[in-house]
Design a protein around this ligand. Structure first.
Ligand code: CA2
Length: 148
């Protein structure tokens, strides 16, 4: 089973500023955590990060026919991007949306996600653990879908 983990703009800056919101760990730490979480349950992961909306749309389109599930933290594009919503809807790959912080308890503008209608589930406010939960959820979902 192959899962693509997509991180949006500025996630590569983790640990550099706003440790109170996003924690002290770096993007490299996040990648190591995701690899370890996936490996522990026999899932292959592809990891992708971009600061560009079009590049995120491109990788979602690339995933069509090659990837079983998508974990996506669209970062600030969560609150603006109809293009990413449309790309996820177009490929019809099971997807889970993840946010490190609790977007429902921050600024008002972070409460709305354009992406969630294309996702099975949204996990927010659980830090890095949210990515692990998303991978585990997709593994179960995809396994059950294949058996039915
Ligand atoms: O909580 C999340 O995971 C977010 O998707 C992170 C985004 C934010 O725009 C979303 O509303 C919620 C921000 C990504 C990282 O931004 C940084 C800002 C300063 C220092 C380091 C990272």
């Amino acid at each position: 089973m192959k899962i693509l983990v997509i991180n949006g703009p500025n996630i590569n800056m983790l640990g550099i500023r706003e440790p109170d919101v996003y924690g002290k760990k770096s993007y490299a730490d996040l990648l190591a955590f995701i690899r370890q979480s996936a490996c522990g349950i026999g899932v292959d992961v592809d990891l992708f990060q971009s600061n560009n909306e079009g590049a995120i749309v491109d990788i979602i389109q690339w995933a069509y026919g090659k990837i079983d599930g998508i974990v996506i933290n669209p970062a600030a594009y969560t609150h603006t991007s109809i293009a990413i919503l449309d790309a996820l809807k177009a490929v019809v790959i099971p997807a889970v949306e993840v946010h490190i912080s609790d977007i429902n308890n921050r600024e008002e503008f972070r409460r709305h996600s354009y992406i969630s209608p294309a996702c099975l589930k949204t996990i927010a406010g659980k830090g890095f653990d949210g990515y692990k939960e998303a991978i585990e959820y997709l593994r179960k979902y995809i396994t059950e879908a294949a058996g039915s």
